[in-house]
Design a protein around this ligand. Structure first.
Ligand code: CA
Length: 529
């Protein structure tokens, strides 16, 4: 057995992982990958198998309460890069925020510490990447088939499926890197983002399997504040023909279109003939959605397998930390929804798995309240780089080493802003503990609240807010929520979107080249769908 190249040391009574040699870091990140669609997380529906991602759980640690601060694509990426909440990094939403690339990010600090850094795939922050020796990114959301990509030299054409293109480019960079330096690669997949368009070779991967439905597929939104039922992200009403593969994507070549038609057309013809209505239509749509979404997940899992194999073949496994995560969770029919945004479990919770030979015990798990705001501090600590005081997150390295600090957070702050388009989800903020969630919704210019108890109501179908039995719990959560907002420096103004302009922290963020209340003009045409 090879000796681990890392060792643990006790510094001031705190166990810390100190690199004997700076480890390489591979961050594999997907878009909208629900933990329910990773077999290592053991979802009751047993929707799919992800053998390669599961390897990271078997050989490393699975985090069971990894939460995001703002459950939507661009903001999550900005939080990860900066280690700060949206109200401090300036990127609140996908609609009109633009990332200020001049601010402090962890890739810049790793570069200074001698790392080679690369960013490949979905970026979605409106401005060009900074802090990377190499980058090749999708413009905006990008497309699934033959995706054009942006580089320092300009736009380039590619051929094939987006997950393969991103993986090939990532591995190509690894092969040609300067082998005298440690590396940090961000391999950021587009899949399985809407419209969930599969790799053509995987179209028949499930042999027309029928998927188990979630218990709340037909949620009527009773017993919670009315805003919960007011959003526009249901399988029943919001899905459009291209989501359902009733129309072909325009990017396919003639040969690719034939493969597409051979799979979808006979099935679409059967659907048109049956012409389902009401609950039957929701059920048909759910099945089609699961087929397409899980096929996209398969491409991501295959990609993880390719990256792990490359590391093995090159003898890099022992000194390379591999992290898998997604920008948030996703609804796979729970509450009748797809999409994300809400503080509710399926969207606020994201997959997080890490393999770190010599430090992380294989097959370990953690229920600590951790977050994407912690990733920057974690990566810096892994590399032996001091974490700047302005970073709000905390390093997860001690937890990864099996030593959760006694003062680890007992409550977590969440804040979602994007409203009203594209999905009419009320802006809201709240506190999450190991058992409870207290939520404040403010779309209507008045404070509305719900209180959830995961022990009594794990599916989050009932609010206990204002109930006598919960008076003490509610009062405690209210105090702690106020304290969290103060500690995290959340501006008193809660609804920058609802007022149509930012009253604090314009879209460029602190230190940015602010151009007035609207911020810089957004250069990327695609908003989140
Ligand atoms: Ca996303």
């Amino acid at each position: 057995m090879r000796l681990p190249t890392l060792f643990l040391c006790l510094v001031g009574g705190v166990l810390s992982a100190a690199p004997a040699k700076q480890p390489n870091i591979v961050f594999i990140f997907s878009d909208d990958h629900a933990y329910q669609a990773i077999s290592a997380y053991g979802d009751a529906r047993k929707l799919n198998q992800t053998p390669n991602i599961d390897r990271l759980a078997k050989e490393g640690m699975r985090f069971d309460r990894a939460l995001v601060t703002n459950s939507i694509c661009g903001p999550s990426r900005a939080v990860i890069l900066t280690g700060k909440y949206s109200h401090l990094n300036g990127f609140y939403n996908n609609t009109n925020s633009v990332f200020n690339g001049e601010q402090l990010t962890f890739p810049k600090l790793l570069q200074k510490a001698g790392y080679q850094t690369a960013m490949v795939g979905k970026w979605h922050l409106g401005t060009d990447p900074t802090g990377f020796d190499f980058w090749q990114v999708l413009p905006g959301q990008g497309v699934y088939y033959n995706p054009p990509m942006k580089t320092v030299q300009g736009m380039i054409k590619t051929e094939g499926y987006v997950t393969d293109v991103i993986t090939d480019t990532s591995l190509g960079w690894l092969k040609n890197r300067d082998k005298s330096k440690p590396f940090m690669l961000m391999c950021q997949q587009k899949a399985p983002h809407r419209e969930w368009e599969p790799n053509l070779k995987d179209l028949n991967f499930d042999n027309d399997r029928v998927y188990a439905e979630p218990a709340s597929l037909f949620d009527n939104y009773a017993n919670r504040d009315k805003v919960v039922g007011e959003n526009d992200m249901t399988i029943e009403k919001t899905m459009v023909p291209k989501d359902l593969k009733l129309v072909r994507p325009p990017q396919l070549s003639e040969a690719q279109a034939k493969v597409w038609d051979a799979y979808y057309e006979p099935r679409n013809e059967a659907y048109r003939k049956a012409d389902p209505k009401g609950a039957d239509l929701v059920r048909w749509r759910y099945q089609r959605y699961m087929h397409d979404y899980l096929a996209c997940v398969k491409s991501v899992d295959d990609s993880v397998g390719r990256v792990l194999k490359y590391l093995e073949d090159e003898g890099l496994t022992e000194n390379t930390i591999v992290i898998y995560s997604s920008d948030q969770g996703f609804y796979l029919g729970e509450h009748g929804w797809f999409d994300k945004r809400w503080i509710f479990e399926e969207s606020v919770r994201t997959p997080l798995l890490v393999r770190w030979p010599g430090v992380v015990k294989p097959g370990s798990t953690s229920k600590a309240l951790v977050s994407n705001v912690d990733y920057a501090a974690t990566f810096l600590t892994m590399a032996g780089v001091p974490v700047p005081a302005e970073i709000q997150g905390r390093s997860l390295t001690n937890i990864m080493a099996g030593q959760e600090p006694a003062d680890w957070r007992k409550e977590f702050y969440y804040h979602y802003y994007e409203y009203p388009s594209p999905h009419h989800v009320s802006p809201h903020y709240g506190i999450i503990t190991d058992r409870y969630k207290l939520v404040r919704y403010y779309a209507h210019g008045e404070e509305r609240s719900d209180l959830f108890d995961s022990e009594k109501d794990p599916l989050e179908l009932k609010s206990f807010f204002g109930q006598k039995d919960y008076a003490d719990v509610q009062a405690d959560l209210e105090v702690r929520l106020k304290q969290l907002r103060e500690t995290l420096k959340v501006p008193a103004v809660d609804d920058p979107m609802a007022t149509g302009e930012r009253k604090r922290n314009d879209a460029n963020g602190p230190g940015g080249k602010g151009k007035g209340k609207g911020g810089q003009k957004k250069t990327v045409p695609e908003a989140a769908k």
